[in-house]
Design a binder for this molecule. Sequence first.
Ligand code: NAD
Length: 703
Amino acid sequence: MSSTVAFSRYDSIAVLTLDNPPVNSLGASTRYALRQAFRMALADPKIRAIVITAKGRLFSAGADIGEFQAKPADSSLRDLFMEIERSSKPITVSINGMALGGALELALVCHYRVTTSKAQLGLPEVNIGVIPGAGGTQRLPRLIGMNAAIEIITSGKPISAKKALEVGLIDAILSDGPDFEKDAIQFARDALDKGGATNSRNIAFADLPEDPDFAANWTEKVARTSRGRTAPLRALESVINATTLPLDEGLAREADIFNECNASAEGRGMQHIFFAERKAAQIRDLPDDIQSRPLDQVAIIGAGTMGGGIAMNFLNAGIPVTLLDMSDAGLEKGLAAIRNHYEISVARGRFTPEQVEQRLKLLHGRTDYEAVGTADIVIEAVFENLDVKKQVFSELDRAAKPGAILATNTSTLDVNLIAAATTRPQDVIGLHFFSPANVMRLVEIVRARDSAPDTVKTAMEMSKRIGKVGVVVGVCYGFVGNRMLEPYGREAHRLLLEGASPEAIDKALTDFGMSMGPLSMYDMAGNDIGALMRKANKAAIAHDPSYYRMGDVLAGQEDYGQKTGRGFYTYQGREKGANLDLAELVEKQAAALGITRRSISDQEILERCMFPLIDEGIRILEEGIAQRPGDIDVIWCNGYGFPGYRGGPTHWADEIGAATIYRALIDHQNSLGDYGKMWFQPSTSLQKLAHSGSRIADLFSDN
Ligand code: NAD
């Protein structure tokens, strides 16, 4: 028998143990082995009951997602579960950790479910653009009722063991320690003595909805939170089928819906991002045997917005932080902001007061550089000014211990120049966090010219430890994310002058799926910040007087956006409204620049903003600034609100085809006069892709 499922026997109980590291996925070999082990248990007359459990920290992450796109309709997980469901001997599933997707669906066909207190159970299929396809949408509602099942299935969020017990998904929470398996076997024995085992096939619905608006109400609710994704709605449709169709028909319909979702652009896009995130952790040109450096103590320089946010990530991960600012006042303000943030988290029930106390005990404020002497990694987040940063790094060079990693959170400055302010450029790296730094999952790890392999590796390890997605990028203005943002924002600003309203521009992009429209985003980030950055980079853009013109005009009259209550929009508390003075202001600027105003379609807005962004991504790949197209997609989906269901900019480009993008860029080049000629020049690789019909993913594949 294959080694992915072990068979052992304790008197009359057979124990089948999944053993397919790292996540005990239920791929072909495990399905085969489980079926063999199950049949062996059934065939043995001395075996009276079966326990299914797993080796390792988690029970199982479910189906092997890699098989989804490879085989359009893999029915064998369903077939296996049908066979297990008809077992003549009672089966207890003993869940020793996470049980997700197919793993929970396996548990649903069994008679009893027991867990440790730390176990988590969920059906996260909607997060990869599909629905539970091996019975989840039919059996879960039979077991726990419609409302609870819909909640779990359409949100994709796992629930705790405690909650699972409350809703009746599991029968008992057993001991957490080494006796867990022994206790599960005892549970199976006791259940055998009690008799009357039943499974979801034989359970009548607990709460069949009587309300005629039940389905409509849920549809409205799920549609509100799905934001352009269809999988949650298709999952809901399947769960609701369970109320009208007999189990086998419901299962057949579920399989059809699964296959439809899996073959959709959303299914492909979300599965692409799922794998791209895992691939991003692989760093090119690192020797296999490279060891990462210790990461037990952190120092952060600059207790401002970013410094405070970054600090909280480490505190939440249980890593002590020394936070340093240049003055007592700056430091106190930063510490107070962190305390305040945690107080809000307690009020919202996210943390207990004890958890916050534990975190704050790990935080130490200082104003002298000697304090960084014991840190394994120092992250600088002071003002965005090269001279200030160089000065900070020369201090760090003096005060940090040998081998400490010295990181900068700069968004635009040259990390090589910052590294050159030290005598140890091999230890210097960029760690570009995104705001709010305690929330946003992305960190661009900026590999500078001299960053040592173990410096890069440690930075990646650090991202994982604090629950972030790290993506390695090279040094250039704006790195990957902000460099691609630049043409996107440029076109959003220019379209205003050409005749589109801020509302129309933002709506075209939120309709596409961006979590926020570009002009709302600039209002949030602050038009002053953008204007300052452009001032520092004037020489590169001076040839176009219309470049981010309205952003500069608003900044000039102190309409910075959300923080001043006025920008492209007006703000009163959380209320956002139209800025009624803007149209006149824009018209004046357009007239001064000789730009004729016209009506602009949503399609043009989308193409003008998105296609130059994609082409910039292609240039970034040509230059080797990003390691692979998927990395760009991970950056945009995690740091810039690009819709995951479109798979990120390069994946989406491959879906619509390079030729479409190329042709549109040429059309805009021709129709926009000098402006078109200046900014709409397709890259060599885009041209090549358009002519050859191949994909960005293939041209820049690194497999
Ligand atoms: P901020 O103005 O809120 O905070 C900067 C802090 O650094 C202040 O508390 C200041 O007192 C302190 N400081 C300045 N010089 C110092 C010195 N020599 N020694 C010690 N402390 C010093 O700025 P921020 O928004 O937190 O940005 C910090 C860095 O992060 C910048 O490089 C910025 O480009 C980058 N960044 C910002 C964002 C963002 O959205 N705010 C996003 C990514 C990266």
